[in-house]
Design a protein around this ligand. Sequence first.
Ligand code: SAH
Length: 173
Amino acid sequence: MALAVKPGDTVVDATVGNGFDTEQLARWVGPAGRVIGFDVQALAIHATRHRLERAGLADRVELHEAGHETMGDHVPDGLAAAVFNLGYLPRADKTIVTQPATTVPALDAAFERLRAGGLLCVVIYTGHNGGAEEAAAVEAWAQAIPSDAAIVTRMQRVNPQRPAPYLVTVQRR
Ligand code: SAH
């Protein structure tokens, strides 16, 4: 993502959580760029707003306490990048998890809005209830992208001790 995102770009954090990715994206886009973030939990939006204010980055970030499936209402075309970090918010309510029925339409919306060379990163977890089903839905979605439309990759531990998160990336041609 560091290579795909340049100062002045617009990017999406589809699952802001505690805002670690939001903060990093805000640094990369610089003062002229924009980060558009989504989370369904007020707790996550507040934690992220606080983190960004402390870091002096809040001015370039727009946070929505709304599901990423509403992206169509808030996100313009021409994105340099979008990140989805799926599953649950660490140290919070582990029953609030991303769901295939909303994740897949949101991935579609983000991919449609990527500019040429734009990068979609999806971090996938399989260790919680429903995780394996969501992983299968994301993989089916990614496999259906024609190879002349994007380069799709997967990076995954080969020797995990327990279910480990893995990364699917989609780079628009
Ligand atoms: N990237 C975050 C961690 C994300 S954890 C960090 O750096 O801290 C996954 C997040 O997805 C949780 O905060 C959860 O509330 C959120 N989430 C669940 N369903 C969602 C949806 N439909 N739209 C947006 N966010 C959602």
